[in-house]
Design a protein around this ligand. Sequence first.
Ligand SMILES: [Zn+2]
Length: 287
Amino acid sequence: MSWLFSKQVVGAVLLLVLIGLGVYVYKRSQLASPPVVTEPTIEYQIIGQSVEGRNIMAYHFGTGPTELVFIGGIHGGYEWNSVLLAYTFVDYFKAHPESVPKNITVTVIPNLNPDGMYKVVGQEGLFEANQATTSKTVLATSRFNAHQVDLNRNFDCKWQARSTWQARPVSAGTAAFSEPEAMALRDFVLANRPQAVVFWHSQANAVYASECQNGILPVTLDIMTVYATASGYPAIQSFDAYPITGDAEGWLASINIPAITVELKNHETIEWSQNLAGVKALIDYFQ
Ligand SMILES: [Zn+2]
């Protein structure tokens, strides 16, 4: 009887110890576990630096083999709304990861010309550029990088040292890809070979195809039509308002990468619903 009693006592003690241990481990785990992260993390890389040493960032969404690249701000503060549009897409894809299908990676390079942007905004990260309070001279020069080069004349497609912007001459650099910002995009593109590239500019209110020496790529015509139809911007095959040399989209065409240029309506609005529809249609096209 006594051995049975002591066995029960031992059993009860053991049970109590086990319960105590369980409670202790549970409490410890509650204390030790990190707070639950509900916000999705954002993957980014620094693809290069500007003349004045500002980082040029690329944000990635999804991990699929088909990469679509969207670029804002090649014309700096003069077209700051293209940068704001691009950052709005960064926020959108961060909040809606499900909008990027499994086979696709969306890459957004919001600000290819951070020095030009800085001339207008004054402080990185702020979007207070105001056409009304910024002098016309500052605005016009904020189109260029810190070497006063028009980056969209610095690429290797019919490059010439002197190029044009509307009626005025602009510097295209000392050679194709003489500028670190153009180099950064070139190196990123050559390393990743995206399936399509979209440049946001302002303010011609249209979607343009691209070409260099060998005509427009068939996929370029397709995606121009897809983006234009979904967004409502007119589609224009060739930019013929004035001759352009050394443009980034032309260089992409020359290495068989389809590229289009989307020009917003003015220098102030991002036309969000139009561009969201355009980007979604483009993603559907490649899905
Ligand atoms: Zn532009």
